[in-house]
Design a protein around this ligand. Structure first.
Ligand code: 6PG
Length: 240
């Protein structure tokens, strides 16, 4: 794993750096493999990045969109990560609908929908049970409590290591999420973390030893590249 930590002055600079890095990785993937598999995060930090990506001239027909997690609501619900991303980016670009792999949340059974998404990934990557595909770029945020995707502290999802997708839970509400195992098989993982409210969790995640069950972002140790893009306020207590 190649870990890089970049601290930017403010959230706008963080988003700009994130855009530069994501564009570099998209172009690298397309040059090397003819396509790019891009996994999007929910939350507020990446939204301006998606808006900026929509302004770029990219070969969107060669870019395949996935989500690293989803609240268990319909895409038109204000809480939907897919809905947020469609408004910020997907509805503003020319991308084939078949390139967009939204997490299903319509069967009233989160475990069944998690299974459906896992099967869709297996079919896309042509992998069988027990094999973990390597996504080109996985974007992640980190919550004030140190969660990432929908891998929340002290939840069962943290212990699922033999699946691609599992059911996470926040305050008893189900969510679909990539497992840490699937994220860790990515070629490039990029965390975007901004704001003073992240300081405590970030210090715990970066500490030489600590409890990954309490701070699940510690679980993210990808085989490929790991980038932490932080703003100054989030990084204030870090001994970098
Ligand atoms: C979600 C995200 C979640 C998010 C963090 C940070 O569905 O909300 O996947 O993991 O990335 O909570 O969110 P902010 O970027 O809004 O701080």
């Amino acid at each position: 794993m190649k870990k890089q930590v970049i601290t930017l002055n403010d959230k706008e600079s963080l988003v700009q750096q994130g855009l530069t890095l994501v564009l570099e990785k998209i172009n690298q993937a397309i040059q090397q493999r003819g396509e790019c598999t891009l996994v999007l995060s929910g939350g507020s930090t990446p939204k301006p990045l998606y808006e900026a990506l929509a302004e770029q001239s990219l070969p969107w027909d060669k870019i395949y969109i996935f989500w690293g997690d989803e609240r268990y609501v319909s895409p038109d619900d204000p809480d939907s990560n897919q809905g947020m991303t469609r408004k910020a980016m997907l509805d503003r670009i020319e991308i084939p609908a078949s390139n967009i792999y939204g997490m299903p949340t319509d069967s009233n059974d989160p475990a069944l929908d998690a299974q459906k998404y896992e099967t869709a990934l297996q079919e896309y990557f042509k992998v069988s049970w027990g094999e973990f595909p390597a996504f080109d770029v996985v974007l992640l945020g980190m919550g004030d409590d140190g969660h990432t995707a929908s891998l929340f502290p002290h939840t069962e999802a943290l212990h699922v290591s033999d699946r691609l997708i599992t059911v996470g839970s926040k305050d008893g509400q189900p969510r679909l999420t990539f497992t840490a195992s699937l994220i860790n098989h990515a070629r490039c993982v990029i965390f975007l973390v901004a704001g003073a409210s992240k300081q405590t969790a970030l210090a715990e995640v970066f500490a030489p030893d600590g409890d990954a069950m309490t701070y699940p972002s510690r679980l993210i140790q990808p085989e490929g590249e790991l980038w932490w893009l932080l703003d100054r306020r989030a990084a204030e207590n870090l001994d970098l």
